[in-house]
Design a protein around this ligand. Structure first.
Ligand code: MBD
Ligand code: FE
Length: 284
């Protein structure tokens, strides 16, 4: 039926595209981890696994289930999804624990660089009949000392009203609900978009099979993704959520922080909702 076909298409498209996106991104020199660190980290990871096998008397049937699942994760292209949902939040916590400015959170698998550049007040690229509650997301980018950061870059990407991301689900315009907004001379920006829906991990891929096998739920709360940057300052990768929204309290990716929850009010324009959120960037 149509719903199953859509889900299948979404899982296949998003996994393969996320793997491709990661390969082309090469955020850090992933090959440059030195021998001593590899020895320490991998030895401790394996020791933890050995301990689990002993303590829980893991059987050959369970060992084979693990092996076949791991093979399938790669075939589905779901390593980015798996790692970003279940591991990245702790990597982010460790990486940014000494930051003084705005809190960040995980990037997730669906960022695409080089989105269309937009002026300080802009509507994100969207379809003529884009569904969802209109949202005006506005604010100011400053340094920790309050200095306005003129021309700061506010990159934003989010799911549509069905929970789908452009370039990771079929049938969406390439840059739908993705943009790189250049703040004005006082660091202010006004982004017109629609409120995203909660995101469900594809149910028919390996991550979905794991979730079902473990009896977990597959949901992330509705969220906006952002990367905010300015010369001489640390880039913040973050997400913002909506107060009272479904799964804000039990995000499967453990990426919600109290500082990241928006509480939009009615829009002054009368159309939809609006909210103000300011970003404070640390110096490099
Ligand atoms: C998402 O939209 C997301 O933000 C994360 C972290 C994982 C899966 C899907
Ligand atoms: Fe997301």
């Amino acid at each position: 039926d149509t719903i199953t076909e859509q889900a299948t298409a979404a899982a296949a498209a998003s996994g393969a595209a996320a793997t491709e996106q990661f390969r082309s991104k090469q955020r850090t020199g992933a090959a440059d981890v030195d021998t001593e660190r590899v020895d320490t980290l991998v030895s401790e990871l394996l020791a933890a696994a050995h301990d689990i096998v002993r303590r829980h008397q893991v059987t050959y049937a369970e060992y084979d289930a693990l092996k076949s699942w791991l093979i399938q994760v790669g075939e589905d292209g779901e390593w980015p999804l798996f790692l970003d949902v279940w591991l990245e939040h702790i990597v982010e916590e460790v990486a940014n624990e000494s930051r003084e400015g705005s809190k960040g959170t995980i990037e997730g698998p669906y960022y695409v660089p080089d989105a269309p550049r937009l002026p300080a007040e802009a509507r994100l690229p969207m379809r003529a009949d884009e569904e969802g509650t209109p949202l005006l997301f506005q604010g100011q980018v400053t340094g920790v000392d309050g200095t306005p950061l003129a021309g700061a870059l506010v990159e934003i990407w989010h799911a549509d009203n069905d929970g789908y991301y452009a370039q990771f689900a079929p049938g969406l315009p390439q840059w739908n609900l993705r943009g790189a907004v250049v703040a004005d001379d006082t660091g202010h920006f006004w982004i017109h978009t629609i409120e995203p829906a909660p995101y469900q991990i594809p149910t028919d891929g390996s991550c979905g099979r794991l979730i079902a096998a473990a009896g977990w739920h597959a949901w992330r709360p509705a969220h906006l993704h952002l990367k905010v940057s300015a010369p001489g300052h640390q880039l913040i990768t973050t997400q913002l959520y909506f107060k009272g929204g479904e799964h804000v309290v039990d995000d499967i990716a453990s990426a919600v922080k109290p500082e990241l929850i928006l509480d939009p009010g009615p829009a002054v324009s009368g159309d939809g909702r609006e909210v103000t959120y300011d970003f404070v960037l640390d110096k490099v």
